[in-house]
Write a protein that binds this ligand. Structure first.
Ligand code: NAD
Length: 298
């Protein structure tokens, strides 16, 4: 399939490369020239603009930071008509960024009005899952579009879940990431307590991983440098899932909870802690660096 891919950051870069590996013809674009040249060197064809990447494409995929990036790319913005206006009817449009469910529905409605087939399909699995092509996709949209998108998504992921209508993929993702933040803070707290008691973080991590405290942070993403070679903590908290992106997701979860009667006290506290961590200058570091807030180290 001829695919236009927009947003080549920590996640989008490896996802686009996996599409190429699967035999798709990909034209890609990112505002960041450095990200583009790094991927071009790895065989990705770079287009000069988002519109050029999407030209002639049967499917367009976006992997952008937040709601406003997605809305301003697809929808009319200032004098710009927005990318949806440039796509021929019938084009498949997949947004895999994590954004507000309401924003996803807004783009879905605009896409439908133009005869385009849109799904929200945010992901889980981190940068390692993006590189390995083992991401989990949480999908919102109609069943026919999900079926059409399946071969494309399978080139980037191992698990596909159709969660409901437009916006349901994003709602699912917010619940997951709120839980992930709480687990990462709790894991950091337990490891910091262990270290203050003189325990070896490697031994303590392995015991908790195999005990009732076991969770994804201990399995794949240990926050203590040196415990897990492949984790962002062991490369100076770089190249993973940014603190500011987690802060965005926790804000979206709280915003979503406000619209319902759901009680999310730990999600609220997690947002406060990530906001303080970002304010202290760690917004660009991987979210597992929250360990520094817990230990008081700067
Ligand atoms: P990132 O900041 O590394 O990459 C985002 C890229 O989008 C940047 O390279 C930026 O230059 C580009 N961009 C922004 N506006 C653009 C535009 N208008 N046109 C073209 N390019 C534009 O972020 P990431 O870590 O790759 O995350 C992307 C999305 O995936 C976010 O919504 C994030 O919450 C979500 N996510 C990230 C992870 C992770 O582990 N990093 C995991 C799951 C989901």
């Amino acid at each position: 399939m001829r695919i236009g891919f927009i947003g080549l950051g920590n996640m989008g870069g490896p996802m686009a490369l996996n599409l190429v590996k699967a035999g798709h013809e990909v034209a890609a674009f990112d505002l960041n020239a450095e990200a583009c040249s790094k991927l071009q060197a790895q065989g990705l064809r770079i287009a000069p603009s988002a519109a050029a990447a999407a030209e002639g494409a049967q499917a367009v995929i976006t992997m952008l930071p937040a709601s406003h990036h997605v809305e301003s790319l697809y929808l009319p913005h200032g004098d710009a008509p927005g990318l949806l206006a440039a796509l021929p009817a019938g084009t498949l449009v997949i947004d895999s960024s994590t954004i507000a469910p309401a924003s996803a529905r807004k783009v879905a409605d605009a896409a439908k009005a133009r005869g385009l087939a849109f799904i929200d399909a945010p992901v889980s699995g981190g940068t390692a899952g993006a590189a390995a092509g083992t991401l989990t996709f949480m999908i919102g949209g109609d069943a026919a579009t999900v079926e059409r998108a399946t071969p494309v998504l399978k080139a980037m992921g191992a698990n596909l879940f159709h969660c409901g209508d437009a916006g349901a993929g994003q709602a699912t993702k917010l619940c997951n990431n709120m839980l992930l933040a709480v687990l990462m803070i709790g894991t950091s707290e337990a490891l910091a307590l262990g270290q203050s008691l003189g325990l070896d973080p490697k031994v303590l991590s392995e015991v908790m991983r195999r005990s009732s405290g076991g969770n994804w942070a201990l399995e794949k993403y240990n926050p203590v440098p040196g415990v897990m070679e492949a984790a962002p903590a062991s490369r100076g908290y770089t190249g993973g899932f940014g603190t500011d992106l987690m802060l965005k997701d926790l804000g979206l979860a709280q915003e979503a909870a406000l619209g319902t009667s759901a009680s999310t006290p730990l999600g609220g506290l997690a947002r406060q802690l990530y906001a303080a961590h970002s304010k202290a200058g760690h917004g660009g570091e991987d979210f597992s660096s929250i360990l520094k807030l817990v230990t008081g180290e700067d």
